[in-house]
Design a protein around this ligand. Structure first.
Ligand SMILES: [Zn+2]
Length: 244
């Protein structure tokens, strides 16, 4: 950890000078909360059920199996608690209210940690909706819409579905308007995650990367923090607080 001290000081300096900060997070942020990632070999996503029920067409193909699978996923998320990384980002927003949070995670843990206006690129498992009548408020009775009786589904972007264009537009605008763009726990290789840091960079923002593994973005970063989000984010925010 000693060789991460200097990049950490650089990152704190960058945040201190920034008016607008964007923090883009991926699965690495929620790992310490027990949320399995797509990539983990032992992750719930890698089992046969995940393959069967993660495509938009699966709701029609096997409605009961679909509901059961996603209800189990929701149960995992509802048991999970925000970790020190989520809480540090909430604190960052209190210190710097112009901070925007963009995430690929569907666990809603940033919001549980009291973060504000989180841009959830892939939606949230904590919100469900009826595909048939558009009901988004429930109540859901045995995963069915009480209004029309159709099956409800999580408000999550499945494979084969488009991202919410409004959320994407907001994320892109935030990336282009920020002074510092921080990538946390995401490999940022798939669209739109791959584009947002580049949009920020081309608009003149400085880039900070924080990840366990090296990222291709590291070569464009002003500070590269190597390690766990739940350890490094609190140190980053404490450093910012100390200088205030
Ligand atoms: Zn309905």
């Amino acid at each position: 950890m000693t060789d991460s001290r200097e990049p950490l000081a650089t990152a704190i300096e960058l945040l201190r000078d920034a008016r607008r900060i964007v923090v883009f997070s991926g699965a690495g942020l929620s790992k310490a909360s027990g949320i399995p990632t797509y990539r983990d070999a032992d992750g719930l996503w890698m089992n046969q059920d995940a393959v069967q029920y993660s495509h938009a067409d699966d709701l029609q193909r096997d409605p009961a199996g679909f509901s059961k699978f996603w209800a189990q996923r929701l149960a995992v998320v509802e048991r999970a608690r925000p970790n020190a990384g989520h809480l540090a980002l909430a604190q960052l927003q209190r210190l710097r209210p112009a901070t925007r949070l963009i995430t690929q995670n569907v666990d809603g843990l940033l919001t549980v940690a009291a973060c504000q206006d989180v841009l959830e690129l892939h939606g949230s498992l904590r919100r469900w909706r009826c595909d048939h009548c558009g009901n988004r408020r429930g109540p859901w009775l045995l995963h069915r819409c009480k209004r029309c009786g159709s099956r409800a589904r999580p408000d999550v972007v499945m494979f084969g579905e488009m991202l919410n264009p409004g959320v994407l537009l907001d994320a892109s605008a935030a990336a282009r308007a920020c002074d510092v763009f921080v990538v946390v726990g995401s490999t940022a290789v798939v669209y739109p995650a791959a584009d947002l840091p580049l949009e920020a960079l081309s608009a003149g923002a400085r880039l900070v990367t924080l990840n366990v593994e090296p990222l291709h973005l590291d070569t464009s970063a002003s500070a590269v923090l190597r390690g766990l989000a739940e350890e490094l984010l609190p140190r980053l925010v404490t450093g910012l607080e100390d200088g205030n």
